[in-house]
Ligand binder design. Sequence first.
Ligand SMILES: NC(=O)c1ccc[n+]([C@@H]2O[C@H](COP(=O)([O-])OP(=O)(O)OC[C@H]3O[C@@H](n4cnc5c(N)ncnc54)[C@H](OP(=O)(O)O)[C@@H]3O)[C@@H](O)[C@H]2O)c1
Length: 238
Amino acid sequence: MHHQTVIVVGASSGMGLAAARLFLERGATVWMVARDMERLQNAASSLGSERARVLSADVGSDEGRARIVAVAPQVDHLVITAADLVYKPSQALCEAEVMRAVRSKVVGPYLLAAACAARMPEHGSITLVSGVAAERPIAGGSVTGMVNGAINAMVRGLALELAPIRVNAVSPGWVDTPFWGQVASAERREQLFAAMRDKIPTRRISTVEDVAQMIEVAMTNKAVSGTTLYVDGGQRLV
Ligand SMILES: NC(=O)c1ccc[n+]([C@@H]2O[C@H](COP(=O)([O-])OP(=O)(O)OC[C@H]3O[C@@H](n4cnc5c(N)ncnc54)[C@H](OP(=O)(O)O)[C@@H]3O)[C@@H](O)[C@H]2O)c1
């Protein structure tokens, strides 16, 4: 990854931040992208690298994607962990809420992948993050299941169309990230994680570092394209 440029959309938090940290350790220049500039700058400072660059942009908007594409004349790898999801029963959802999730996790990443591929060398790669809700949704999380399933399907078609650039999905199980602050109190989250820890085959909740490592595999293994790499401790089986 030395001397290569990686764009990470969703890099101010959770898995995206862990991925940015790993790629900087590997010697890459990393463009860290998210919407909230202050959080992004704090995240970049925490990494302490001159090769970390920041850009505030919304992957769900035309204007945001245009700014992401414009930052680097050549991009070696694109990683998208961003998601702006909604947790509610389907009958309580309005179209705007559903579309916000779909724009951030499906339509935006799809269009950004296509646009970035045009600036990528043949060894380039695109890695999207889906998630266990595609196979094991929870009640109130049907939109998350829908968008994750769309990503797993999307990478197969894009791998054919954008070849020889490789396109893959990484699918995590539950991971302790700031995302959980949006859906459960700290106490409730601990209860849910404890119950899941007892149930899943690995008997541990996966970490952001586990996910970053799998994203690196998707980026660097030249034989991996058009597939979903599961990093869920076997959660989709239980
Ligand atoms: N955590 C889990 O248990 C879990 C499980 C399975 C799958 N996943 C998936 O894994 C991915 C990463 O999750 P995480 O837990 O690391 O999330 P997180 O900690 O909430 O971080 C999300 C990141 O995406 C950015 N973002 C959100 N919407 C964006 C947009 N429209 N444009 C640009 N950036 C945007 C956020 O910053 P701003 O808000 O400032 O833009 C933030 O940097 C997501 O796709 C999530 O659905 C998570």
